[in-house]
Design a binder for this molecule. Structure first.
Ligand SMILES: [Fe+2]
Length: 200
């Protein structure tokens, strides 16, 4: 057990003025806020890096949600109906994931990023698309996110001992693995039917 268990006997929540740097705020919100520090056995030096991980994950989800909506809106061709529905199902799942990640940031006493500007700044997948995103493009983004999540889960478990965040991120990773499988399976089917697509 590590440093994040130090305050476990202190049952009173603490009202503390935190600086912007301490809560991961980089300027889009009021300069200082009065926060009631969560007294949940995770010190600020643990919560801050976890909040940064969560906000980066939220940015990934927001960007991929918007790309999936773009795919839903712009898909055409003989598979229109099934892909239109598949993309809609997936952007709704991504929305739910975003909500859970954002709420975890708040549970840890952080500020949830919420603007397009912040999402683009923090995302670890490319926001830029040269063409309408297709299955393979979305699949590659899901797989990138899964790889980042795997490392984030390891850090949250081994370095920060924040099992609540680990539990959340494991669930998120498994939803991405399922969405990636569906996109992959669809492309495999299309290849068999002669509409070859190549991975980028
Ligand atoms: Fe729609």
């Amino acid at each position: 057990m590590g440093r994040n268990r130090n305050n476990v006997l202190n049952t009173e929540s603490q009202a503390i003025n935190l600086t912007d740097a301490e809560i991961g705020n980089d300027g889009l919100f009021p300069q200082k806020k009065l926060f009631i520090q969560p007294n949940i056995g995770l010190e600020i030096d643990v919560r801050k890096p976890v909040i940064e991980i969560l906000n980066a994950s939220l940015a990934n989800e927001a960007v991929l949600t918007q790309k999936t909506r773009g795919a839903h809106w712009n898909v055409s061709g003989t598979s229109f109906f099934e892909l239109h529905i598949l993309f809609e199902t997936q952007y709704k799942q991504l929305n739910e994931i975003s909500d859970k990640i954002a709420e975890r940031v708040r549970m840890l006493g952080g500020i949830t990023i919420a603007s397009f500007e912040e999402f683009i700044k923090h995302t670890r997948i490319s926001e830029h698309c040269t063409e309408i995103p297709d299955n393979l493009h979305l699949l590659a983004d899901h797989e990138t996110i899964i790889r980042f999540l795997r490392e984030d889960i390891r850090k949250c478990s081994e370095e920060y001992e924040d099992e609540g965040t680990v539990d959340l991120l494991v669930g998120v990773m498994s939803l991405h693995e399922k969405m990636a499988w569906m996109l992959r399976a669809y492309v495999e089917n299309e290849s068999i039917n002669g509409k070859s697509q190549k991975r980028k």
